[in-house]
Design a binder for this molecule. Structure first.
Ligand SMILES: NC(=O)c1ccc[n+]([C@@H]2O[C@H](COP(=O)([O-])OP(=O)(O)OC[C@H]3O[C@@H](n4cnc5c(N)ncnc54)[C@H](O)[C@@H]3O)[C@@H](O)[C@H]2O)c1
Length: 234
């Protein structure tokens, strides 16, 4: 078990894509990382503790994080775990609605509550993963877009609610990012045709912004930063 005298971040979705890149970036910066994912961990590192938990289950998340932290506390939360199945008005059913909103919205609330309880008395930073779809919706992303609009709203509300505890809350809204999750969806190549920069972001580029917004958020609070290669302004 690593010592927790170094700053400590809880990263979710850490087994894949942007969460994995964020975990690597914080490790490279000398932080301790608690890497939480339903799928276990993709990393092995002396400063990393893996927690396997489903973010829909607050008790499981809390037990996993408490066990990993011991007497330590958190300095940051990077909450990247999320899902993005397609849906539209005529094909969605209650099961799909429940799954998307339970993972993307309830999961976000669960992580924020667990992290708040274990945040350092000196305060800290939370970064939630929204999406450009929260602002500029895509065809067949009805429920996903709505769930990510909720994440944008949660970041605003918690920025107010947690300010007295010295906790800064922001969100990041990526556009097209080249991750295993995006590739599984099969829409990446077509999607980047509409991106002014004509490429997808690499997960490491998003991790760099996640690091900045947690390490030195300064006066930025309650904001959602779009990192989209310009697709948001078209
Ligand atoms: N990839 C993109 O282009 C893109 C664009 C905008 C926003 N986002 C958002 O960014 C975040 C990361 O996306 P990504 O492409 O890196 O994802 P990804 O699919 O590559 O990885 C997501 C990780 O989250 C984990 N996860 C999913 N559901 C979970 C649950 N219930 N409990 C615990 N872990 C769970 C998965 O096991 C996986 O390791 C997501 O919230 C996604 O909605 C992605």
């Amino acid at each position: 078990m690593p010592s927790f005298s170094l700053p400590t971040v809880l990263v979710t979705g850490a087994a894949s894509g942007m969460g994995q890149a964020c975990a690597t970036h914080f490790l490279d910066q000398g932080w301790r990382v608690i890497a939480l994912d339903a799928a276990g961990s993709a990393h092995e590192h002396p400063n990393l503790v893996a927690v396997t938990a489903d973010i829909r289950d607050e008790d499981a998340v809390r037990e996993g994080v408490d066990g990993a932290l011991g007497d330590g506390s958190l300095d940051a939360l990077v909450h990247a775990a999320g899902i993005f199945p397609t849906s539209n008005l005529m094909d969605f059913d209650r099961e799909r609605y429940q799954r998307i909103f339970d993972v993307n919205v309830l999961g976000t609330l669960n992580l924020c509550r667990v992290a708040t309880r274990r945040m350092s008395p000196a305060g800290g930073a939370m970064l939630l993963f929204a999406s450009v779809d929260a602002f500029a919706v895509s065809r067949n992303q009805l429920l996903y877009s709505a769930s990510k609009a909720a994440v944008v709203s949660i970041a605003k509300s918690l920025a107010i609610e947690l300010a007295d505890q010295g906790i800064v809350v922001n969100a990041i809204a990526p556009g097209w990012v080249d991750t295993p999750g995006t590739r599984a969806g099969g829409r990446l190549e077509a999607g980047i045709q509409a991106v002014p920069l004509k490429r997808a972001a690499q997960p490491e580029e998003i991790a760099e912004w996640a690091w900045r917004l947690c390490h030195a958020p300064g006066y930025v609070s309650g904001e959602t930063l779009c990192v989209s290669g310009g697709v948001i302004v078209r």
